[in-house]
Design a protein around this ligand. Structure first.
Ligand SMILES: [Zn+2]
Length: 177
């Protein structure tokens, strides 16, 4: 079955200098570690120099992240500009009809199937590195956040009674004969 997120870049690869543009909107539905409130939307541009395939784009999405202090869910707008280049081997078919230029991505994870770009795989990486690293809710690091206070209290209680906490991990006494 054909993957829905494959973008055929042969037009660009076989015609160096020709630009392909694609409007993209994706929910990245197979992602469990990303929680999108709105689809990831933007546009991708691809052009081949003959030796290099250049891909650029601009995307935005609204995502749910966790407050770094109290773990409250937060909605944040995320925007990023991507810029990638991949080596191309072979002669474009527009130069010689019996030849065929092929993109040779060297990433450790697959980004292409033949000359088709796996759009979601590429966008996923860029979105993940574009997420805010320490998002904070309205209380910030120092505000009177009730959830953060409760978390701290629970942590202190656990620290005061380490043996009580350990005991819970052991099997019941009568099972230890
Ligand atoms: Zn918070």
């Amino acid at each position: 079955m054909r993957r829905q997120d494959l973008l055929d870049l042969n037009e660009a690869l076989q015609h160096p200098g020709r630009t392909i543009e694609a409007e993209i909107s994706t929910e990245l539905s197979e992602e469990e570690d990303l929680d999108l409130v709105s689809p990831l939307e933007g546009s991708l541009t691809a052009v081949s120099t003959g030796n290099l395939l250049l891909i650029s784009g601009r995307f935005r999405a609204r995502v749910v992240v966790e407050c770094a202090r109290c773990s409250a869910p937060l909605e944040k707008d995320v925007e990023f500009e991507l810029d990638e280049q991949f080596p191309v081997e072979g002669v474009p078919s527009s130069f010689n009809p019996r030849e065929h230029a092929v993109v040779k991505a060297e990433e450790p994870y697959p980004l292409f199937e033949g000359n088709q770009l796996m759009v979601e795989a590429l966008l996923r990486q860029w979105l993940i590195v574009s997420l805010p690293t320490q998002p904070l809710c309205d209380f910030g690091w120092d505000g009177p956040c009730p959830v953060a206070a409760q978390l701290l209290r629970r942590r202190q209680e656990a620290a005061e009674t380490p043996f009580a906490a350990l005991k819970k991990l052991l099997p019941p006494e009568d099972a230890q004969e």
